[in-house]
Design a protein around this ligand. Structure first.
Ligand code: ARG
Length: 533
């Protein structure tokens, strides 16, 4: 079912074409003066020179042709030759009824759906999630839902960070703290053995506590860093003790992360990790080598990806480090190969912080060189940062990176305050009140994040985000609740829904907004961003 604006656009185009004006000049847009008209076309002005006629004359001829269109209540010429179009109330009502009867509210489905992977969220083992992961999760989840709603076959993958240097750091830190674990790391001989009780006592809280300490020590102390690198290499070489301990780290982190994500309304189809690409690395390295792409560089092996005409020099992809380890880019490249084999996506969207733009450019180029993807099939969708009032990425009062969990807790407590202020939910049982506070908090965070163009950074302003007034998530929630309660009351009074009648200006505006739904979806889909309006 076509929307009113497109149908009208076609009729207007046809009228222009009949007057000798090329269709592409006849575009219909929303009116600049909504008080006077719904739509306008500036085609006559654009075409005057080409057709060699006065624009008002062209506009008059086109208007004459449109006058008999029953969908229009007024066709007027304004100024030097603008065509102002006003829809008939009956046409709006007809459209409103069609939208109401359509479970998809007028949204179409793609003529040619694609297989798409959205790589988003990007949490890591042990490293707590910070606000950057919040943006990756919220924007990525929205893109996944949008693509799926339009008909694509979409997989959302968390791409769990579980195979890098931080794993070596943690293995070392846990061994230092627990001699019995250190002993087992040396003595275990089966990487798939059940996790021993000694390892099972390591909790997420331990990892949260140990990781920042170990990371700081690794920065200062080269010997500590070298040991962590060696342990990372041993893990990647599947040394049984390291591997079993790593399985424990992975398990405790994943459970907690999935719970946090779920609370945000973010759920993944695949929870694959960097480590899942590990089995493909040997053949990938051999293939890169056979294709002549792999170059030795001071003990490491790299793929050069710089191109002639690059504005700045892109570093090569580091495939094998001098310790023999796989790096962040190595697992990303092997993941592309893995995804090609298992799902053969036509498009992969990486929803990751803009600051990783170079990383993705390097990995994508290597993938194109290796023939793992065709140019254009891999797309990095970057986003700006959430800033403090000082304009810099948001920090805690102590100057640290704000953990996602703390952010959610802060928002939740603000939401409770707001609910009390508004006198909402006072009589509800505690658990229900908490549930509502949680929903208000999530709505506040999501709306604030999605409201700005994703490339733009925005200032974190909890007071504004949680307000029940203005452009906020809680405002939307509140309105939805009110609408539902009105409908309930109407039903209780025996009212039955009849056909929609459109008369008031506000009703006209509402139908026009609903009519633009499909166009808004298309635009957001193409740009992978919210559209204006
Ligand atoms: N774990 C990464 C980080 O925290 C993000 C992963 C993004 N996805 C990817 N395929 N590299 O920075």
């Amino acid at each position: 079912m076509s929307d009113l604006k497109s149908a009208l656009g076609e009729a207007v185009e046809a009228a222009f074409v009949a007057e000798g004006v090329p269709a592409e000049l006849a575009r219909v847009t929303a009116s600049d003066r909504p008080d006077l008209a719904d739509f306008q076309s500036n085609g006559a002005l654009a075409a005057a020179k080409r057709v060699g006629k006065n624009p008002r004359e062209i506009a008059a001829a086109v208007a004459e042709r449109l006058k008999s269109d029953p969908r229009l209540s007024a066709v007027e010429i304004a100024g030097p030759g603008f065509l102002n179009l006003k829809l008939a109330d009956a046409a709006l009502a007809e459209r409103a009824n069609a939208i109401a009867a359509d479970p998809r509210a007028g949204a179409e489905t793609l003529a040619r759906p694609r297989r798409v992977i959205v790589d988003y969220g990007g949490p890591n083992v042990a490293k707590p999630m910070h606000v950057g992961h919040l943006r990756a999760s919220i924007i990525g989840e929205s893109i996944k839902r949008l693509y799926r709603f339009r008909g694509d076959e979409v997989i959302g993958d968390a791409h769990f960070g579980d195979w890098g240097y931080q794993m070596g750091l943690l293995i070392g830190a846990v061994m230092d703290e627990h001699p019995d674990i250190a002993g087992l790391v040396e003595s275990l001989d089966d990487k798939d053995a059940p996790i021993p009780a000694a390892f099972e006592r390591i909790t997420l809280a331990d990892l949260d506590r140990l990781y920042p300490q170990a990371a700081a020590k690794g920065k200062e102390d080269p010997a500590y860093r070298d040991r962590a690198r060696k342990l990372t290499a041993e893990l990647q070489a599947h040394k049984p003790g390291c591997y079993v301990l790593w399985r424990q780290f992975r398990a405790v982190t994943q459970v907690a992360l999935e719970r946090d994500f779920h609370a945000l309304g973010v759920d993944f189809d695949w929870w694959k990790g960097e480590s899942d690409a590990d089995p493909l690395i040997p053949e990938m390295v051999a293939e890169l080598d056979a294709k002549g792409l792999l170059v030795d560089d001071q003990g490491a092996r790299i793929v050069r990806v710089a191109r002639e005409g690059d504005k700045r020099e892109l570093p090569p992809l580091l495939v094998v480090s001098s310790e023999g380890s796989a790096m962040y880019g190595t697992t990303d490249l092997a993941t592309i190969l893995d995804r090609k084999r298992t799902f053969d996506p036509e498009l992969v969207i990486y929803c990751v912080d803009q600051r990783q733009a170079d990383h993705f450019e390097i990995v994508f180029r290597a993938a194109y060189l290796a023939g793992y993807a065709a140019e254009g099939q891999l797309e990095h969708i970057g986003f700006g940062t959430m800033n403090g009032t000082d304009g810099k990425p948001f920090k805690t009062r102590e100057g640290g990176v704000l953990k996602l969990n703390d952010l959610i807790e802060m928002t939740r407590s603000k939401a409770r305050e707001r609910l009390h202020e508004a006198g909402l939910g006072e009589n509800l049982p505690e658990a229900e009140f908490e549930d509502i506070a949680g929903k208000v908090a999530v709505a506040a965070l999501k709306f604030a994040d999605l409201q700005n163009f994703r490339g733009t950074s925005y200032v974190f302003d909890l007071d504004r985000f949680t307000s029940f007034e203005g452009k906020t998530g809680p405002y939307l929630l509140y309105q939805a609740v009110r609408v539902k309660s009105l409908l309930r009351k109407a039903e209780a009074e025996g009212a039955t829904p009849g056909p929609v009648v459109v008369a008031e200006p506000a009703e006209r505006d509402l139908v026009l907004t609903l009519d633009a739904f499909e166009t808004a979806l298309q635009e957001a889909y193409d740009k992978k961003a919210e559209c204006a309006g």
